[in-house]
Design a protein around this ligand. Sequence first.
Ligand SMILES: C[S@@+](CC[C@H](N)C(=O)[O-])C[C@H]1O[C@@H](n2cnc3c(N)ncnc32)[C@H](O)[C@@H]1O
Length: 222
Amino acid sequence: MQSNSDYAKQEYWDDRFKEETEFEWLCGFDVVADILLPILKPNSKILHIGCGSSHLSMRLYEAGFCDITNVDYSQILIDSSLQRYAASYPEMKWICDDMLSLNKIESNAYDVVLEKATIEALLVKEKSPWCPSDEALVVLDQVFSSVTRVLRTGGVFISISFTQPHFRVPALMRNPNWSINVEEFGTSFHYYVYLLKNGEHLSSEIRERYGKLAADWLRPLN
Ligand SMILES: C[S@@+](CC[C@H](N)C(=O)[O-])C[C@H]1O[C@@H](n2cnc3c(N)ncnc32)[C@H](O)[C@@H]1O
């Protein structure tokens, strides 16, 4: 890798997945299990976007949540994961698709969409977390609209991130069609699980707390 901006390039991930078979960004399943498990039901239909070589899906499957579709835009990762996991996790699906469009994913179908550290990868070229570029806002609008399209009403987008709420909540407020709840975890270094419920409204508490910070994030694009 030559610079952090490589995280936004598909060729970087393709190259990396020629060798890498397992790498867990931010945290593994055990760390977030207490937050995730109460949200899931045994028959929950789960879409894991930007799955990479994380074992989060495998741990969820072993915990009894087998209807999992993994999406990544690296065909190399998808092919090697299929080969490695098809026999042990027969109900799990692997689809090569871009999370900015999720063109191959059915609408109104999922109870849960899950991402970990992937929005960070999409925004890695940003110069300031206070002043988002137009490019960042376009990317966020695309991801949020794809995610809300594939989620059923009442479904939840779970976004696991190291980005602090004063930067991430304003970004999430660009989508008016979900409520926002934040769970914090970690000891010395803190991480956050953002829980976005599709079809609900923002609470007045979140609007009051983050409204002023959100002005630049909520600006309309030409
Ligand atoms: C920082 S890694 C996170 C991997 C995994 N979620 C984890 O937590 O270990 C980012 C992942 O997102 C994937 N990715 C980046 N941009 C994407 C896009 N537009 N569509 C689908 N996958 C994407 C990359 O290929 C990579 O697997």
